[in-house]
Design a protein around this ligand. Sequence first.
Ligand SMILES: Nc1ncnc2c1ncn2[C@@H]1O[C@H](COP(=O)(O)OP(=O)(O)OP(=O)(O)O)[C@@H](O)[C@H]1O
Ligand SMILES: [Mg+2]
Length: 266
Amino acid sequence: MLEIRDLHIKFHNREREAVSGVSLTIHDGEILGLVGESGSGKSVTAMSVAGLLPRKQCSYSGAIYLDGAELLHIDRKELRKKQGKAIGVVFQEPMNAMDPLMTIGKQVEEVLRIHTTCSREERKRLALEALAAVDLPDPEDIYGKYPHELSGGMLQRAMIAAAIVIRPKLLLLDEPTTALDVTIQAQILELLKRLNKESGISMLFISHNLNVVRKLCSRVAVMQRGVLVEEGDVETVFHHPQHPYTQHLIAAIPRRERKENRHGTK
Ligand SMILES: Nc1ncnc2c1ncn2[C@@H]1O[C@H](COP(=O)(O)OP(=O)(O)OP(=O)(O)O)[C@@H](O)[C@H]1O
Ligand SMILES: [Mg+2]
């Protein structure tokens, strides 16, 4: 469904490429984990897929295919149209991604307003449905609330609702649980798992934490300094890491957490 082919991104104001020849495939219905140290190029890779790359500030080459349609080189307007409907995006800090002056309901509806011809009533119905789908209690109540009235975990659920309301094929999650405490993080992981199972939506899940990736993803790719150094089935990579950097990442996980069963998120 998504194929990144030999992606190179170099920002004009940097010596080194941020992404140096990354090739990556996400299959239909798959949750792919992307891990790597800070600055390794995870977010820039995701931004390229999401159409959020500041094109003027960098040179780029390669190709990104979403169900056969190339996204990296198409013009901005076309990209917005295609990407907005097909790809949902969730970032680490929901507070920064939201408009503080706009109700949750309106923000969830925004993508429908831009990309569909749904009536006002229809938009509200779909927004309430999405808020319910992410297990927010009392969607009617949440709909009229402002971001500052919600907890971090609830806000992140609302962000996920906004990302899935248009029923995209692919969800890009850039460290969506990093800012949350462990219990809330586990709940969000369960939610993502369920959404994936129920709707078959594919996901790219970016995280620093290989252990979190292990709880959610079937496959994982490891990045270091703009390069993919390892890729494979998550359990295989976890138990038999080939690359020294992956070995180092795994060694950094506390022993207690390492032993946890991969389905032990409950
Ligand atoms: N707009 C930009 N202009 C210049 N350099 C940038 C820009 N955005 C990212 N970079 C650089 O690209 C490289 C990759 O950054 P990226 O944000 O993808 O890393 P990351 O793997 O997501 O790190 P983190 O785990 O900290 O989020 C870094 O060296 C970063 O400084
Ligand atoms: Mg990042």
